[in-house]
Every structure is written in C-alpha cells, then in structure tokens.
Write a protein that binds this ligand. Structure first.
Ligand code: 3PG
Length: 305
C-alpha cells in the first residue's frame, strides 16, 4: 500500500531514511512530498492508505480527496492542524506520537531564554537563571522536560496542570500550583505548554501577563493561538519591563519587533521539534504506528475516538 509523508518542514534526511526502511520492510511504498503545497498533498493523497504529517493542515478537502485513506499520524504532539470530525466522518483513524519530540522543544525553550537574558550576545551584561523562579503552564511531556533542564540551571520550578497529581510533580521536585493567577504572579519566567483547543485559544491575555513580577518573561513554544495577540501587545505597552519569546511567530510579530525591539524574540520558523533526534523519534514512531494500524488496526494513540 502507499504511505504518503507530506511535510512542509522536512524531516532530517536520516529520519526520512529510517521512515522509508520501516515502511518498505512492511511491504509498503513510501511517497515523499516535502515543502509541497496543499495541492501537492491533495494530489498525492488520492491513493494513499496512510498519511504522515507534522503541522501540515489536514482538512475536509484532503479527506475528500483521500479515497483509500485509513490512518493519519501526526509525527509530533499537537494535532490542532487535523480536522478530527472530518477524519471520523471519513472513517480515518488519527494518531499522534506523544512525547517523541518533547526534549527538543524543551531544549529550545531554555536556549531561547538564555538568548533573551544574555541580550542576544551583544556584549552587554545580562542576567542568570540560577535561583530564579520558573512557572510551567501545563505539565505534559514538554513541560516535564523543561522542568528537568531548568532544575539543572538551579531554577525554582513550579507547575500548574489540573490533570497531573501533586505527588507526581513533587516526586519530580516541582512545586504544584493550583491557581492560574498564582502561577503568573509568583514566577519571573512562565513557559507555556498548553495545547491549542477551543478552551485555550486566546486564553493567555493582558490580565494574566500583567501579573508577572518585575522583569517577567513569557515563553511560548506551544501555539501562537493560545495567546490573545492584541492583548499581548497591550501588555507589552503597559509593562515596559515584561518580555516575550516565542517559537511561534505571532501574526503581529512585525509590529511587536518594531515597537519593542530586544524585548521580544521570535524564531523565524517553528524550530522546537526541528532536531535530527526528534525527527527520528517522531518520524519512526509515526511510521511504525501507520504500519501497525494497516496490519492489525493498532490505535493506541488515537485522538479522534
Ligand atoms: C508538536 O506539536 O509536536 C510540535 O509543535 C512540533 O511541530 P512540528 O512537527 O511542526 O515542528
């Protein structure tokens, strides 16, 4: 059967090789569409039984065109790019590969933070992370990796996550926080790890950001949609000490960069999961899941149940 890997942002070649080996060892054929357009995906998916994507949009148009499709695997964590209702309506199983790229994202969070507080290495005196407070907004796979690394920097780490028991955080040496406002109020650095859902879209706003202590920094390696961007701009205008770093360029990035210069930092392209290791982990997991689904209906990580 044909398995399509359609990614606007290509996997590292070593990961593509591994994906190819998994697919061919199971007797299937890999078709690779890298840096393609939506039209390229739609043309290529017509006779595919399996589809592997990253943040690439998989909507009704794609499902309508995909007459043979049985399974889509999002090689990564967030599946807000996939229309789950359409997938279900078309009888297609959608899975993600939770945790596989989490360390890569967490390392970038800390890297972006150091870049910001060392003034982009411009020769002026910056600040250090040792002894500073970090609040983790959602303690999933990425949040846990951020916590682990931040503890290595000697930071005091707290986290808020209604789905995670206090004992789990405490066992990791993390202080559980139960009130969102407290998380922002009591931590100089706050790192966002919430998914983009109907409940979270636009939920991080001026009211929350304004609670950050003096010289507060908000870090967003999650999704740009979880921030209310107009409200973020207002918060940066009102609080001249607050800074914002993101691996997800906001739509108003040009305005923010022009007005706030070094107080904001954005990666030019979403880079959190863009390491060879994460590509191998998530890519191979995706290939194995597609193959297993086509073989015997494997659906352990199904997200459209
Ligand atoms: C994810 O949800 O797994 C990350 O945001 C990475 O996304 P990417 O595969 O598009 O880089």
């Amino acid at each position: 059967m044909k398995i399509l890997v359609a990614t606007e942002k290509p996997f590292a070649p070593v990961a593509v090789q591994g994906i190819k080996e998994v697919i061919e060892a199971a007797g299937h054929e890999l078709v690779l569409v890298e840096k393609g357009t939506k039209a390229d995906m739609i043309a290529a998916v017509a006779d595919a039984a399996g589809l592997i994507v990253r943040s690439d949009k998989v909507d009704k148009e794609v499902f309508d065109a995909a007459k043979q499709l049985k399974v889509v695997v999002r090689a990564g964590a967030g599946y807000d790019n996939i229309d789950l209702a359409e997938a279900t309506a078309h009888g297609v199983c959608v899975m993600n590969t939770p945790g596989q790229n989490a360390n890569a994202v967490a390392e970038l969070v800390m890297g972006m933070l150091v870049t910001l507080i060392r003034n982009r290495y411009n020769g002026t005196s910056g600040t250090e992370l040792l002894g500073k407070t970090l609040g983790i907004h959602a303690y999933g796979a990425v949040g846990r990796n951020v916590a682990r690394i931040a503890k290595g920097f000697g930071m005091k780490v707290s986290a808020l996550d209604p789905w995670v028991k206090d004992e789990v955080m405490e066992a990791d040496g993390i202080k559980p926080v139960h009130n969102l406002e407290d998380l922002y109020r009591n931590n100089q650095y706050v790192s966002l790890h919430i998914p983009a859902t109907n409940e979270t879209r636009g939920s991080v706003n001026q009211a929350l950001i304004s609670l950050l202590p003096k010289n507060g920094v908000l870090i967003n390696a999650a999704r740009k949609e979880v921030i209310d961007e107009a409200s973020l701009a207002a918060a940066l205008a009102a609080r001249t000490d607050v800074r914002y770093v993101a691996d997800v360029k906001p739509d108003n990035a040009a305005e923010l960069e022009e007005k706030y210069g070094d107080r904001v930092f954005f990666t030019p392209k979403k880079m959190g999961a863009q390491t060879a290791e994460a590509n191998i982990n998530a890519g191979l997991a995706a290939a194995n899941q597609v193959v297993a689904h086509l073989k015997d209906g494997f659906n352990r990580f199904q997200v459209n149940k």
